[in-house]
Design a protein around this ligand. Structure first.
Ligand code: SF4
Length: 282
């Protein structure tokens, strides 16, 4: 078992407004999943949540918007928000997660105080057309390259349990390795009846082995975060993820599903004698 974990909090600053057709995502308007949908969360509420994240010892705070990418208006809103969060909570890493982005857009985010950008490649290049037809994998990969080009720290990962083959998993991990990110969020598909994908057939053992495969493929340096699907996949065994190579989790709620309350995670980590990292570099 590792002795230190990194906690990261997510804030959905625009929710459920996306016109893309990713088959795993309840934020797509196409599937009419029963989730909260709103255009902009107020900056006041976003700052309030950032302060709570900091109290919960999160080292990162992620500003997520639904949608394929950034429009001028959305970019302006994220920049304004990042600037306000940086001022109110200066000692938390700000991560932006706003879809496909150009070098110019990423430069603006960086100037506004964004430290990291999260853009998951989701799955292998080969399997991607089976889960999304409205944009392609190459534009996702290119965004990751753009992130590195402007000097933002890259977080990129994907989802297991969408019906991909073993080969697809290896291919995705190879692509992630090529990108050399600082942090890799791994999600386990959370089924929802409204989505075209309704099942995740992975067993708990398979899911643990996939965490191990990810760690073995990517090496010891990377922050390996288990994000969405932790509770429903691992249930009472969820802290065993740290025995298989994970060293980071999302604290609090996910984008459209509730996680454990932060206090339960904090209590359980304490019981396991796991230290919580106080910044991204220690
Ligand atoms: S582009 Fe992003 S927000 Fe839109 S459906 Fe796909 S994963 Fe969901």
């Amino acid at each position: 078992m590792i002795d230190k974990v990194y906690l990261c909090a997510i804030c959905n600053i625009e929710s459920g407004t996306c016109s893309e057709d990713c088959k795993f995502c309840t934020q797509s308007v196409k599937y009419q999943a029963d989730i909260q949908r709103y255009k902009h969360k107020s900056i006041e509420d976003i700052i309030k949540e950032a302060k709570i994240a900091k109290e919960n010892q999160a080292v990162g705070y992620c500003l997520v918007t639904a949608g394929a990418g950034l429009t001028d208006k959305k970019l302006e809103f994220v920049c304004k928000t990042a600037h306000a969060v940086k001022k109110a909570v200066p000692d938390i890493n700000i991560i932006a997660c706003n879809g496909i982005a150009s070098v110019e857009q990423l430069k603006e985010l960086k100037s506004a105080g964004v430290d990291n950008y999260n853009h998951n490649i989701e799955t292998s290049k080969e399997f991607y057309p089976s889960i999304c037809t409205t944009h392609d994998w190459d534009s996702r990969f290119q965004t990751c390259l753009n992130i590195k080009e402007v000097g933002l720290q890259l977080c990129t990962g994907g989802i297991f349990g969408m019906g991909e083959s073993e080969q697809d998993r290896i291919s995705m991990l190879k692509s992630i390795k090529e990108l050399n990110p600082i942090s890799v969020p791994i999600n386990f598909f959370h089924p929802n009846d409204a989505l075209p994908l309704t099942k995740n057939t992975l067993s708990v053992e398979e899911a643990f082995n996939l965490i191990k495969l990810t760690r073995d493929t990517l090496g010891d340096e990377v922050m390996l975060m288990i994000a969405g699907g932790r509770e429903i996949t691992f249930k009472e065994k969820q802290y065993d993820i740290f025995n298989y190579g994970a060293n980071s989790i999302v604290i609090g709620n996910y984008l459209t599903t509730n996680g454990k309350t932060a206090s339960t995670d904090l209590e359980n980590l304490k019981k396991l004698n796991i230290t919580i990292a106080q910044d991204c570099n220690n």
